[in-house]
Design a protein around this ligand. Structure first.
Ligand code: PEP
Ligand code: MN
Length: 376
């Protein structure tokens, strides 16, 4: 059960202490309070864990400061959508809103290679009105002999250049807790010129100890990718690990499933599940067309498969697109064959806008269809 407290509830106030005392007297119930700091207001949610079946909703609602009471189904307690659940489906970071009602493109380098490529990439993003990017510094690779990313050595110039080009959020994978510390230190050392969305890659979706550590910090939001060989339910539970530790600013990423049934694509594209994730949880949903398709193949219409699947995901309501670009794909140290070229960036952005507009029209059409039924 979740108690939603009135806005800006002060944990030092007598009402709050009285509430906690009353909750402390409930038999076989543990409480855990989460404070979510938004730009204008803070919301406190108190989770009641244990034998909550016996608790009456009305009695809980009568407690001081309690505004709303949600009885949660067992699954995805924090991130799930439950009956009468009007908790927000968005979070704010770096002045940007990430929600089930917004869309951001994170185009950028799969792996940082040279300072010049980072500069060129970010300049192109700025010229095309973009404020987000992806930049891989820590790369989990299949072969131990393959390039593993420049790690902390590249962070200072990546962050400085982001500041120079007005990039506000960089999606960056971490595979170890030390990476989070390195990112934090490099941001401080460079004067916090940008923000970072920590990325949990598909190979680490069920690395529970990493999830707990990343979930315990609230400085950075987290993009968690779906595990490529596990069920959707298992991956959503992995996201819940982050939230159960306290970080509710979580985006869920679809990136295709590992099976030969998707051939000739690198992974079997699973963007049909965008609406499923949005229905089951309150997380914004990201799609990664690059790691799904894995090549620059194009249809007879001349549209790249990467762009086709992007449009399909956006048309289904995706909220974020993570996509590999490179100023010189032939020189990329990781995943060059799937990278789009910078001269394709304006087309990509316009193509996404077309799909987004179509999605919004489809949602409006569905709302119109529902309205007479609701009022009748
Ligand atoms: C990536 O986005 O660079 C990446 C490695 O993705 P995934 O974890 O989905 O393979
Ligand atoms: Mn990659």
């Amino acid at each position: 059960m979740i108690l939603i407290l009135s806005d800006n509830a002060d944990p030092q106030s007598p009402e709050y202490l009285q509430l906690m005392e009353s909750l402390g007297r409930l038999p076989n119930i543990k409480t855990r309070a989460h404070r979510i700091q938004g730009t204008e207001r803070s919301v406190t949610e108190v989770y009641l864990l244990g034998d909550t079946k016996a608790l009456a909703i009305d009695e809980m609602r009568a407690l001081p400061l309690v505004e709303n009471v949600i009885r949660v189904s067992e699954e995805f307690r924090v991130l799930g959508r439950h009956k009468d659940d009007n908790r927000p489906t968005h979070f704010d970071y770096q002045g940007l809103r990430f929600g089930q009602d917004t869309l951001h493109i994170f185009a950028g380098l799969c792996a940082v290679d040279t300072r010049e490529h980072v500069d060129t990439m970010m300049r192109a993003l700025k010229d095309n009105g973009q404020q987000c990017t992806r930049m891989g510094a820590y790369k989990p690779r299949t072969s131990p002999y393959a390039f593993q990313g420049y790690g902390k050595a590249c962070l200072p110039y990546v962050f400085e250049l982001a500041g120079k080009h007005g990039i506000r959020v960089i999606a960056m994978e971490v595979t170890h807790e030390s990476h989070v510390d390195e990112i934090r230190q490099a941001l401080r050392a460079t004067g916090n010129p940008t923000g970072v969305m920590l990325q949990i890659g598909t190979r680490n979706t069920q690395n529970f100890e990493l999830l707990k550590i990343v979930g315990r910090q609230k400085e950075f939001p987290v993009l968690i990718k779906r595990g490529f060989g596990i069920t959707l339910d298992e991956s959503l539970n992995a996201a819940e690990y982050l939230a159960s530790e306290g970080n509710h600013s979580v985006v869920f990423g679809l990136r295709g499933m590992k099976t030969n049934l998707g051939d000739p694509h690198r992974n079997f594209v699973d963007f049909a599940q965008v609406p499923v994730v949005r229905r089951l949880t309150r997380m914004p949903v990201c799609i990664d067309p690059s790691h799904s398709v894995g090549s620059r193949m194009a249809g007879p219409d001349g549209i790249l498969d990467v762009m086709h699947v992007t449009a399909q995901g956006v048309l289904a309501g995706a909220n974020m697109v993570l996509v590999d670009f490179h100023p010189n794909p032939a020189k990329a140290l990781v995943d060059g064959p799937q990278a789009l070229r910078l001269d394709e960036l304006p087309q990509f952005i316009e193509d996404v806008a077309i799909a987004r507009e179509a999605y919004l029209k489809r949602a409006e059409l569905a709302r119109r269809q529902l309205r007479p039924a609701l009022s009748g």
